[in-house]
Design a protein around this ligand. Structure first.
Ligand code: CO
Length: 134
């Protein structure tokens, strides 16, 4: 395993619309992608480009969204996960499993259309971590 590029920072929000206005009007974001639903993950997503990475705004989609619990604890939203790039998702999964880390579910197609998985924050110094194949 070699630490890869930081692909994006996931930020949970109760309203993508309001967050987009914040990033545009307060933070000066110029490239705001079209938001879209990711029903398999129970989220609505919107990417905002920064010069060297992206912010992934995540809003709950449906009643069983995994984001509901996070927003119950953090009603205003907040930083949710970091996402690092890897060249091979299965090699990365085997690596983290070899370290005894808890992988949350099987690799699946993520918001960028490539395979991803999440690693439990308890094994990642408290940071929910998304691993994404490029
Ligand atoms: Co993400």
């Amino acid at each position: 395993m070699k630490l890869g590029r930081l692909n994006h920072v996931g930020v949970a929000t109760p309203s993508i619309e309001n967050s987009v206005a914040f990033y545009r009007d307060v933070m000066g974001a110029e490239v705001i992608r079209e938001s879209f639903d990711l029903p398999a993950q129970g989220v609505k997503v919107c990417f905002i480009d920064t010069p060297n990475s992206q912010i992934e705004l995540i809003e709950p989609l449906g009643e069983s969204s995994p984001i509901h619990g996070f927003l119950a604890k953090n009603p205003a939203g907040g930083q949710h996960h970091l996402c690092y790039e890897v060249p091979d998702i299965h090699a990365a999964k085997a690596w983290f499993e070899g370290k005894g880390a808890k992988i949350l579910g099987e690799p699946r197609i993520g918001a960028h259309g490539t395979p991803i998985f999440f690693v439990h924050p308890k094994d990642m110094n408290g940071v929910l971590t998304e691993i994404m194949e490029t």
